[in-house]
Design a binder for this molecule. Sequence first.
Ligand code: FE
Ligand code: FE
Ligand code: ZN
Length: 277
Amino acid sequence: MLKIGCHLSISKGFYEMGKEAVSINANTIQFFTRNPRGGAAKEIDEEDVQKFKELAKENKIENLLAHAPYTLNAAAAKPELRNFAKETMIDDLKKMEYFPGNMYNFHPGSHVGQGVEVGTEYIIEMLNDIIKPEQTTKVLLETMAGKGSEIGRNFEEIKNIIDKIDLKDHIGVCLDTCHIFDGGYDIVNKLDEVIEEFDQIIGLDKLYAIHLNDSMNECNSHKDRHAKIGEGNIGLEALVKVINHPKLKDLPFFLETPNDLEGYGKEIKILRDNYKN
Ligand code: FE
Ligand code: FE
Ligand code: ZN
């Protein structure tokens, strides 16, 4: 069975979010841990979490991916911004233990002119501070489009971070199809080669999740604007190959396409109809 879902909001609580997922036949869910522009997270309502868990179990929703606010920058030049990223992630990871065995994804960061090496060192330092041996949550580095001074613009930059993480069992990668396409990986014409390259550099054993998005821009544009499935330059055919690829087909997929709930439901249906078990 294809593991697919989309980005949903927890603003009305986990249970309501779960009901939305069920209504569109999603069996994975991504959500922001808090307002994506930063700010305080709501306290966990244990009753809401319990109701959600029962609903998730009944409906076989098995993969949760929490997404850190995209404004966090673990590679920032200002110590107070790096510290804010770290404190936020510590708090998010603590909350994720209400949902043991799931995943937490973040954008590695932007070096803001300090250079990739300096930024990378800050990211490594933060991860080694926050990843604890007892945690059950996988922390995922998202592959980025290379907009501005984003770190994680190619597989090598992700590998350089992972190489220096002490507790490697707790770290992995979330591959975003729009981001890698914009980053210069031609998944339309060379999907096998791109997957092979990922395996050679990072290792497919480190790949835990896929953000399935089309792209409004060209390959190698370094732009990062998501399009609806089949309405961008990657196209439906190539994305169907991604979900059916023997090395990817069992991973959880998460749509981050510009859609309302109904639009997500349509995309999930199209992808399920095109999935070969
Ligand atoms: Fe992201
Ligand atoms: Fe993404
Ligand atoms: Zn994006």
